[in-house]
Design a protein around this ligand. Structure first.
Ligand code: SF4
Ligand code: SF4
Ligand code: SF4
Length: 307
């Protein structure tokens, strides 16, 4: 019986304990998630914009969502200086480290990937092609916000015609917003006719549509790790635009990578073609998550400042 328990424990725990970096990353993500919800612990809301998928309208949020700020400014026909500066600053210096270590919807996807279901990979060309969906989503949302802004410029009343998406078109369907804001408000107030009823009750159809989209995304990420980040997220696209040549980033040492074992690429949740880079891994999908570092037995990969 004791042997059986030992066997079961080691069978289940060893793969987890062997992944120290992954565990540390999850702990960091959870701590940051707590800080992002600091209003719950009496922290003030801070005048900080972050390039993460976490709605500004979440009940306890301490920070502002940079992509929402970008849409919001455009929808009032104001150039989004601040939001763009944040994307440039974070992207050029830290790459997509916020995606790997701080984004709450990234955390959700990582937690879902802990569920022991059979995960699938697509081919490298398919991964790259599907990544273009996110570019189209980002382009469409930015164009939509600009159109709303032009309409607003001609008279505020016209803007109301855009309904729920009049200020931030993407937030009306954004699964992160559904999970962290709408669902919370729904559980608290229901589809009632009070102050939030205006947002949720009258737009019951939108709420149900949001739930359906969220459920589809959930199924997708359970099968394909970080699929939302790779193929849909507009925040990731805008950040990736500036992150490719970031100061902080991954490097591969070909002299150490003798075996060509491919374990790094197998471990990479973003399916970055790591072995196609001789030194600096200049890939807009890389989130500096260090999963590849953990997988490489030769110590051929490292996160470093790439001057
Ligand atoms: S790509 Fe989007 S959802 Fe994924 S971690 Fe980055 S900001 Fe979050
Ligand atoms: S290349 Fe490495 S650090 Fe970058 S996303 Fe893939 S596993 Fe993470
Ligand atoms: S895991 Fe390390 S040794 Fe294996 S292919 Fe990747 S970089 Fe090379």
């Amino acid at each position: 019986m004791a042997t059986l328990q030992k066997l079961n424990l080691s069978t289940f725990l060893r793969p987890v304990l062997n992944r120290k970096i992954r565990i540390i990353r999850t702990i960091v993500q959870l701590i940051i998630f707590g800080l992002l919800n600091g209003l719950m612990f009496g922290l003030p809301r801070l005048p900080i914009l972050l390039p993460i998928e976490y709605p500004t309208g979440a009940a306890f949020s301490t920070v502002w969502n940079a992509f929402e700020a970008l849409q919001y400014a455009l929808s009032f026909w104001v150039f989004p200086y601040l939001a763009i500066s944040i994307f440039v600053l974070f992207g050029a210096i830290f790459g997509k480290t916020t995606c790997g270590w701080a984004c709450p919807f990234g955390l959700v996807q990582d937690l879902v990937s802990y569920i022991p279901t059979k995960k699938k990979k697509v081919s490298k060309p398919t991964n790259a092609s599907l990544g273009k969906i996110a570019i189209v989503v980002a382009g469409f949302v930015i164009a939509m916000a600009a159109i709303i802004g032009i309409t607003y410029n001609r008279g505020e009343i016209n803007k109301l015609a855009f309904g729920a998406g009049k200020d931030m078109p993407f937030s009306t369907l954004d699964p992160s917003s559904t999970l962290f804001a709408s669902l919370y408000y729904y559980l608290k107030w229901g589809l009632a006719t009070d102050s939030f009823g205006a947002e949720i009750g009258q737009w019951k159809f939108m709420f149900i549509l949001r739930l359906i989209i969220f459920a589809i995304v959930l199924i997708l990420i359970a099968i394909y790790p970080r699929a939302y980040c790779r193929w849909i997220c507009p925040t990731g696209v805008v950040l990736g635009f500036f992150s490719k040549y970031s100061l902080l980033g991954m490097q591969r040492n070909p002299n150490r990578c003798i075996s060509g074992c491919n374990k790094c690429e197998q471990a990479c949740p973003m399916q970055v073609p790591i072995l196609s880079y001789d030194k600096n891994i200049k890939n807009k999908m890389c989130t500096n998550c260090l999963e590849c570092v953990e997988a490489c037995d030769e110590g051929a990969l490292k996160l470093t400042f790439r001057f």
